[in-house]
Design a protein. Structure first.
Length: 281
């Protein structure tokens, strides 16, 4: 296959090439070198890009539906607005990649490297991010509905206003993550590491937080109604003005996993309000 004078073949050296707007549907670029290539608006539907080198490539608004990008190196590539739904990105290097407004619906990102990637407003609903490394990633306003983030590393990630409804975050690492006003309705956060995380104003109704580590977490004004907090570590957590209506907690709210927690103004499971010095009104 030849496009614009370039051979589109496996392991071909296409670094720095200009293929803007080209139709490469179904092409085989396995192991190809596309470092710094201009692939803006290119149709790469179903293309085999596994093990390809795409560092610093421009894939803005490219169509990659169903593409194979497993083990590919896309470090610092520009994928703004790209269509990557159903794409295979298993173990791909996506560190510092710009994926703002991209569509990764149902994409396979198992063990992908997304360190410091920009995923602002990105669609990741139903995506498989099992054991993916999202340390320091920007996921503000991202759609992660029903995404699988089992054992994913989201340390210091930014998830403000992110949609994580029904997401699986079992054993996920969220230490220091920013989840201000994020929605996590019925999300699974069992055994999640949330020490020092900012969940102020977050919507966690019906969420499973059993055995989660929420030590020193900020849950001020959070909706935790009917959430499962059994055996959760809330030592030093800020729960002031949080809604804990119907939540599953220890009977002794001042002991166990709630040692030194701030509950001032919080609505307790029985509907009473916790005031300073432990009074209920």
């Amino acid at each position: 296959m030849e496009v614009n004078g370039y051979k589109i073949e496996p392991y071909e050296n296409l670094s720095g090439t200009k293929l803007k707007g080209a139709d490469l549907t179904g092409a085989n670029l396995h192991g190809a070198n596309l470092t710094g290539a201009n692939l803006t608006g290119v149709d790469l539907t179903g293309v085999d890009l596994s093990f390809a080198r795409l560092r610093d490539a421009n894939l803005k608004h490219a169509q990659l539906t169903g593409a194979k990008l497993n083990f590919a190196n896309l470090n610092q590539a520009n994928l703004t607005g790209a269509k990557l739904n159903f794409a295979n990105l298993t173990k791909a290097n996506l560190s510092k990649v710009n994926l703002r407004d991209a569509d990764l619906t149902k994409a396979d990102l198992i063990k992908a490297d997304l360190i410091e990637a920009d995923l602002t407003r990105t669609k990741l609903n139903f995506a498989n991010l099992t054991r993916a490394n999202l340390t320091g990633a920007k996921l503000n306003f991202a759609d992660l509905t029903k995404a699988n983030l089992n054992r994913a590393n989201l340390t210091d990630a930014k998830l403000k206003f992110a949609d994580l409804n029904f997401a699986n975050l079992n054993y996920a690492h969220l230490t220091g993550a920013k989840l201000t006003s994020a929605t996590l309705f019925d999300a699974n956060l069992e055994d999640a590491k949330l020490r020092g995380a900012d969940l102020s104003g977050a919507h966690l109704s019906d969420a499973n937080l059993s055995d989660a580590n929420l030590e020193d977490a900020n849950l001020s004004g959070a909706d935790l109604s009917f959430a499962n907090l059994l055996w959760a570590n809330l030592t030093g957590a800020k729960l002031n003005f949080a809604d804990l209506t119907g939540a599953y907690l220890f009977e002794n709210l001042t002991g166990g996993g709630l040692f030194n927690a701030n509950l001032v103004g919080a609505i307790l499971p029985d509907g009473t309000i916790y005031e300073l010095h432990g009074r209920r009104v």
